[in-house]
Design a protein around this ligand. Structure first.
Ligand SMILES: NC(=O)c1ccc[n+]([C@@H]2O[C@H](COP(=O)([O-])OP(=O)(O)OC[C@H]3O[C@@H](n4cnc5c(N)ncnc54)[C@H](O)[C@@H]3O)[C@@H](O)[C@H]2O)c1
Length: 360
């Protein structure tokens, strides 16, 4: 994807702004991508990653910032889409000076971009960045932040799953359904709790033995299977990818017996076109960026002064949004992923347009 509007990507208006930031002394090399501020300041996390090249870092930030515009639009936030990458190995490069230098670049954008955590950056890093900029979320509770965003991410995924259950079986409940949770990390653990409480039968897997130990000790009724492939092919009603991206690929999709897919992992569709294969197999896929928006809803709430109950109420609305997307998909005869994109684009256009009404 390029920076400027391109005719071969009809969903793209191009990026509004892409900023390259360098501080030689601390070793900072960052790129901040602002895809759209149509709905408000751009919000999206900072990924700290040892990309193979500058081109790879740029391609990732452009892809991710565009994704955030769509996610924030459907989450009902008054926020646009942006993202940043810091190019390098966080294990070797991360320092107070580097993070603060980065914070100064974020501040220099005057509030057009708010940052947050992503792969390679943590709540404690946001606290350091916050010493140089006001435009940072995902800080610790001690610093007025929202803390661990996986709590509302899991809650939102559960709401999206309930909407998919209603669409498929007529009741917004997972009671009596077999749900496969792939990945018992921060989100997978909370999700398992919601599912057990709702009366679902949970089947799960994780590559980390500690996560499996946690499941045995906390929820002995959960059935554990060997690996992701076994889980995807298991006799389950719902498949919830909660580990890495690309969970829905040419191997897993043909093997899936589940009728519904709803999970927290980002970028679940391994390649374009796989959503069509899911639809053709009669599997209802709830788009990942819709159902996993609870985390961004949680950190976005910090901008107003964090209030957990208010943020939870917003994350609960993922139920209504998922329901609307599934209806639109049926009405327009397109996969839910396409319906979600259309709805996001509609909100960006309709609400973004209001700024053309001059205010005195
Ligand atoms: N935490 C959030 O607020 C949030 C928000 C939006 C999206 N997400 C996405 O949700 C997913 C989970 O996030 P998390 O915060 O729980 O991460 P996490 O790192 O805490 O958990 C991921 C878990 O998946 C396991 N795992 C890794 N590879 C696996 C495999 N091949 N098979 C089975 N298990 C495997 C890991 O051992 C780990 O326990 C990620 O894709 C993340 O990007 C998270």
């Amino acid at each position: 994807m390029g920076v400027f509007a391109s005719t071969d990507d009809p969903g793209s208006n191009g990026h509004e702004q892409v900023v390259f930031c360098q501080d030689k002394q601390s070793g900072l090399k960052a790129i901040i991508g602002i895809y759209s501020t149509a709905l408000g300041p751009a919000l999206g996390g900072t990924r700290f990653y040892p990309y193979a090249s500058e081109e790879a870092a740029l391609a990732d930030v452009l892809d991710l910032s565009r994704g955030m515009a769509y996610k924030n639009a459907l989450a009902g936030l008054d926020l646009g889409g942006g993202k940043a990458v810091i190019w390098g190995d966080p294990e070797q490069l991360k320092s107070e000076a580097l993070l603060r230098a980065y914070g100064r670049f974020v501040e220099s954008l005057g509030g057009r971009y708010y940052t947050a955590c992503d792969v390679g950056t943590y709540v404690a890093d946001m606290d350091v960045i916050a010493r140089e900029t006001r435009y940072v979320t995902g800080r610790s509770v001690e610093h007025g932040g929202a803390g661990d965003s996986s709590i509302l991410t899991a809650w939102g995924v559960f709401q999206g799953m309930r909407a998919a259950a209603e669409h498929t079986w007529g009741t917004p409940s997972l009671a009596g359904r077999r749900v496969g949770v792939a990945g018992l990390g921060k989100v997978g653990k909370y999700l398992t709790g919601h599912l057990v409480e709702d009366g679902a039968e949970v089947v799960a897997t994780d590559v980390n033995p500690k996560a499996l130990e946690w499941a045995r000790a906390t929820y002995p009724q959960v059935t554990l299977v060997d690996d992701g492939a076994a889980l995807a092919a298991a006799d389950i009603d719902v498949y919830a990818p909660c580990a890495l991206g690309g969970a829905l690929n040419d191997d897993t999709v043909p093997a899936l017996r589940a009728k519904v897919v709803a999970g927290a992992a980002n970028n679940q569709l391994a390649h374009p076109g796989i959503e069509k294969v899911l639809a053709d197999r009669g599997i209802l896929y709830t788009p990942d960026y819709v159902v996993n928006a609870g985390g961004v809803i949680q950190v976005a709430d910090e901008i107003e002064g964090f209030n957990f109950d208010r943020a939870k109420l917003r994350a609960t609305k993922i139920f209504d949004t998922t329901r609307e997307i599934l209806r639109l998909a049926d009405d327009e005869g397109v996969p839910p992923a396409v319906a979600a994109d259309r709805l996001a684009e509609r909100r960006m256009a309709e609400i973004g347009r209001l700024r053309t009404i001059r205010l005195g």
